[in-house]
Design a protein around this ligand. Structure first.
Ligand code: GLN
Length: 535
């Protein structure tokens, strides 16, 4: 079921196999009917992760990239909507002339093709199937898996089933029934799991493992405990100790005592180094994140992870005060007075704007380190235009039908020397600037000292831009500095504030590129500034 950690488990399988020197690729198959999660509310589906190529995808891709440092692309993400879109396009072209289109074989063939596509380039193709066993939408996927295990044979294919063992407090007992039932349901569809990864908040005794092994037709060593961890970066080492990668290697006949020793060394070296960063950092700080989707943790998954990485870079534990911009207007200053940094993340439409702007004003006036991301940058521009330059009607075209649009819709620019254009009334998706764009950074700026480079490529996902063509003079008066510009010099990418020790905002989404082993410079710099601020 969702939120159980399938994404982290798939990412962990990838990371452990990498530590054994195997190359991997991770794909995700989402049974829902949407073409992609781009138009879904973060409250419904968590954050929309943006890949370098601009593909809007499930947040699990963030785990894959963070744990393994691979770069995922559009070809790694499949939804039922995408399959039907393709199959129906083929049907209109007459590709199936003479036959009726059916779930088996036409839809299942597309699923199998998707899984196998590019397999020759890697040692392991790891495919995560979203949803829960028994979901109607998921049936064609499980059927495709059944067929694949026959097409390829068990020596080239294995199924890992992630289940949940609920703990019944009154009886002080872990229950295996849901696991038995979901395995039985899989078996009734012809799929036999090879490993059961048992998520549980309590230790799983040998008796319970034996019971699962017996009732689910599984070798005892292949019933693997997947216990709760205080931090997700402790999971690869935990699952390794529980035997996950060893049993995968045994399954594929690539196990040897020597390779086991080598893997042990590699995995310890890599993942134990993070254990110190997680468990015993020497410093600590507290920052506030002021956003609209605070109630669901998954809505800011990459952001929260990038903040953790920023802590790793500074040997510091970072506590986050999550401030709901939709609720707390009268209390905002109270909520912010004990934090050493304020971050306003990305978002859409005008909800919570007043609170976010008040938080930005508080950071500016009190010289508290500030990091604005995407909408956070647009609001920082609006705040200074209103409160420093005195343009009280300053706003974004996204929020209001009149006013001074210091944030506006720009219909064209050059990227890689090619003219790109969009229309505001186009498809919701096609009016966005999505994926990697180059930014040129002014030497000597704060951005330059943070990135240590005059050029940087970051991922984007937004519709509106800072209107520097029309309002350059106002921005000057508001003490704004645009220290990063798009390749053609037309679109502001990074803004800073004169006369403030650390006030920086970016039109891009740096959180998608941050890694535990390579914290993003903006987050590392922001946490460093927070530590300096608190003294
Ligand atoms: N809503 C803003 C825009 O579309 C910002 C988007 C974001 O923060 N990702 O431009």
């Amino acid at each position: 079921m969702s939120s159980l950690g399938k994404g982290v488990a798939a990412a962990t399988v990838g990371a452990l196999l990498q530590s054994r020197n195997y190359s991997i690729r991770i794909k995700k198959l989402d049974p829902y009917i949407n073409i992609d999660p781009g138009t879904m509310s973060p409250y419904k589906h968590g954050e929309v992760f943006v890949m370098g190529d601009g593909c809007e995808a499930d947040l699990d891709f963030g785990h894959y990239e963070r744990f393994t440092d691979i770069k995922c692309s559009a070809g790694d993400s499949l939804t039922t909507g995408k399959i039907y879109e393709k199959v129906l396009a083929k049907e209109r072209c007459g590709d199936y002339l003479g036959s009726d289109i059916q779930v088996i074989p036409h839809i299942t063939d597309e699923i199998k093709n998707f899984i196998l596509n590019g397999h020759e380039n890697v040692d392991f193709m790891i495919c995560e199937i979203g949803g829960t066993v028994g979901d109607i939408e998921g049936l064609p996927y499980l059927e495709a898996i059944r067929q694949l295990t026959i097409d390829l044979g068990k020596s080239k294919c294995m199924c890992i089933h992630l289940t949940y063992l609920p703990y019944i407090r009154a009886a002080e007992e872990l229950k295996t029934k849901p696991t038995q039932h979901s395995v039985r349901q899989l078996q009734s569809m012809g799929v036999q799991p090879d490993i059961i990864l048992c998520r549980s908040e309590k230790n799983i005794t040998d008796d319970i493992k034996t019971k699962i092994s017996r009732l689910c037709s599984m070798k005892l060593e292949n019933v693997i405990a997947a216990l709760d961890a205080e931090n997700i970066y402790l999971i690869p080492h935990m699952y390794h100790r529980a035997g996950l990668d060893r049993q995968i290697c045994r399954h594929f006949g690539i196990f040897s005592e020597k390779s086991e020793e080598q893997a042990e060394k590699e995995i310890n070296k890599k993942w134990i180094s993070l254990e110190h960063a997680v468990r015993a950092p020497s410093k600590s700080t507290k920052i506030a994140v002021v956003g609209k989707y605070i109630k669901l943790k998954d809505a800011y998954m990459s952001l929260a992870q990038a903040i953790v990485h920023g802590g790793f870079a500074n040997d510091a534990k970072v506590e986050v005060e999550w401030v709901d911009a939709k609720e707390n207007f009268s209390e905002i200053e109270d909520r912010l007075k004990n934090v050493a940094g304020i971050l306003v993340p990305g978002g859409f439409d005008s909800g919570g704007t007043d609170v976010k702007i008040a938080a930005i004003k508080f950071a500016r006036e009190n010289k508290i380190p500030f990091l604005g991301i995407c909408l956070g940058m647009q609001l920082a521009v609006i705040e200074s235009c209103r409160n420093v330059a005195g343009i009280t009607a300053a706003t974004s075209r996204e929020f209001s039908t009149d006013g001074e649009y210091v944030i506006d819709f720009m219909d064209s620019w050059y990227a890689n020397g090619v003219l790109e254009s969009r229309t505001i009334c186009g498809h919701k998706g096609s009016s966005m600037r999505l994926g990697n764009y180059l930014c040129k950074i002014t030497p000597g700026s704060l951005a330059h000292s943070i990135y240590g480079s005059a050029e940087v490529t970051e991922r984007h996902r937004h519709r509106f831009e800072v209107n520097i063509k029309k309002y350059a003079e106002v921005f000057e008066k508001a003490a704004l500095v645009f220290s990063g510009m798009s390749e053609d010099g037309s679109l502001p990418e990074i803004m800073e504030l004169r006369n403030h020790p650390f006030f920086i905002a970016t039109q891009a989404h740096p959180e998608f590129r941050s890694r535990p082993f390579a914290p993003h410079p903006l987050f590392a710099g922001f946490i460093a500034a927070a530590l300096r601020y608190q003294g």
